[in-house]
Design a protein around this ligand. Structure first.
Ligand code: GLU
Length: 482
């Protein structure tokens, strides 16, 4: 068997759609699973879509996602150039060869004639008008410098068939296909032509791409056949949907890889999650490293039906990745989020990391979880009331006064010691420890939700600041009760 060669062929649009990243990932995983080669090819011939700096977005995305191409513009493997615009000169020669072989023909029809072919719905199907031109006539018109395009010559009867590795048997009646343009009047190839020539010349034998190309593939196969080239195998992938009706779209802000990184998702969690969008591993484990994905990926697990992007699930998975991070590593990746928060530069991020790791799912939650450390001030005392714990403002005040007494002369201001003191006090007073700790936490943070319990927060704040806040809160409650 020939060595497996797959490719990812993005157009440089300036951002990486989650669906494209998944296509890329599957092409990569399939190559790696089969000890094959994964090629990166930049499809930049559509100049209208060209965006400055967009190629860098492609490189940086692959790098962050941990997808390593074996060949590409920056890694020559002998099949280059790997940037389509640098291959321009090649396509016309191949198109001419296809004309010689009967798979294509010159067309000189002008706009007006093409317009006249449109039916009531404005849809035109080219009528092969120029196919009947004699060779001499074509040469004469070319010599005269007339504008032309080159069209594919598709048989008018019969069916075109192939086996898709995901969708199975695909069969399209030839009469349903149009003699599409392969070379435009400016001499540039269309995607329909370039993908065939490039995939063949780059020896791509497994074409993995979006399902939108499923029904055009018979056309491409007709070209492979007319050239006398071996057809590749195909794997088409169903779209990723936002819900039953809508695809993920950059417009809704739910499709761009970078946007998710900005929200504080870890690239390895995104990659893990999207691997599962449309593919099911044989085992039940859903948290899979790139290495595990490479080992386990198989075509049987790929689904034909569209998958729904469930951000809540990705968030959960991200939380699982975070839980396994050592605090120093968390502090490092979370640094930008700490820097954006009010605690920037004021606390030891590794200490904060220890509290946050079990409590955040995405890094973007960090500022809201730590800002209270610097925001303490007047707060709504009704927050002390807790029906289930039978805490009233009066009880809260009494318990705060009592715990203050216990704490004021304490030297060992550690979470463990403070917890013990609080628990002992509760026992002495014959109340639940929550009736001490809940008010205490509120008293020193002023916030209803915090990244840790009362004594953890106290340790973080230190004795002096904790006592200052406790006194403030006692005063706040006493004033109200007068
Ligand atoms: N440049 C095409 C796209 O971005 C690639 C399609 C393919 O993989 O053949 O959709």
């Amino acid at each position: 068997m020939n060595k497996v060669r797959t490719r990812f062929a993005p157009s440089p649009t300036g951002f990486m759609h989650i669906g494209n990243l998944r296509t890329c990932l599957y092409a990569y995983l399939f190559a790696k699973k089969n000890n094959g080669t994964f090629v990166l090819r930049i499809e930049d011939t559509d100049q209208e879509r060209y965006v400055e700096g967009a190629v860098d977005v492609i490189y940086s995305t692959l790098k962050k996602a941990g997808i390593e191409h074996d060949e590409g513009p920056d890694k020559d493997g002998g099949y280059g150039p790997y940037i389509q615009s640098q291959r321009k000169s090649l396509y016309l020669d191949y198109a001419k060869e296809l004309v010689e072989k009967g798979g294509a023909y010159y067309c000189f029809c002008d706009k007006a004639r093409l317009e006249s072919l449109k039916d009531g719905n404005g849809v035109a199907k080219y009528d092969k008008h120029c196919l009947s031109l004699s060779k001499e006539e074509v040469e004469k018109r070319l010599a005269n410098g007339e504008q032309y395009v080159i069209r594919q010559n598709i048989p008018t009867d019969g069916v075109s068939e192939y086996e898709d590795m995901v969708f199975g048997h695909i069969s399209v009646p030839n009469e349903d296909m149009e003699d599409g343009v392969l070379i435009k009047s400016d001499g540039m190839p269309t995607y329909n032509f370039a993908n065939v020539v490039d995939d063949h010349l780059m020896a791509i034998n497994y074409v993995i791409r979006g399902v939108e190309y499923l029904s055009s593939t018979p056309k491409y196969n007709l070209m492979y056949d007319a050239f006398g080239w071996e057809r590749p195998h195909y794997m088409h992938l169903s779209p990723i949907m936002k819900d039953a009706q809508r695809k993920l779209s950059k417009r809704y802000g739910d499709a761009n890889f970078e946007d998710f990184l900005d929200k504080g998702y870890l690239p390895e969690a995104i990659v893990n999650y999207i691997a599962l969008l449309g593919w099911s591993p044989k085992g039940t484990d859903e948290k899979l490293s790139m290495q595990q994905l490479k080992e386990q990926f198989d075509v049987d697990g790929i689904s034909k039906s569209p998958s729904i992007f469930d951000e809540a699930k990705m968030r959960w998975l991200n939380g699982e990745y975070i839980k396994q991070m050592p605090p120093t590593e968390f502090a490092e990746v979370a640094r930008p989020y700490f820097e954006q928060s009010k605690v920037a530069g004021k606390y030891d991020y590794t200490e904060l990391a220890k509290l946050l790791i079990p409590r955040v799912e995405i890094l973007g939650e960090i500022p809201e979880k730590v800002n209270f450390l610097e925001e303490f001030g007047k707060y709504d005392t009704s927050m002390y009331e807790h029906k289930k714990m039978k805490i009233t403002k009066e009880l809260a005040l009494a318990n705060l006064v009592a715990i203050r007494e216990e704490l004021k002369d304490v030297d060992d201001w550690s979470d463990g010691n403070l917890k013990q003191l609080g628990t002992a006090l509760a026992e002495k007073l014959g109340i639940k420890s929550g009736q001490i700790f809940l008010p205490l936490r509120l008293a020193i943070t002023g916030a209803q939700s915090t990244p840790g319990g009362a004594t953890e927060m106290a340790e973080l704040l230190g004795k002096e600041e904790s006592m200052r806040r406790l006194d403030f809160s006692i005063e706040l409650l006493s004033k109200e009760s007068i």
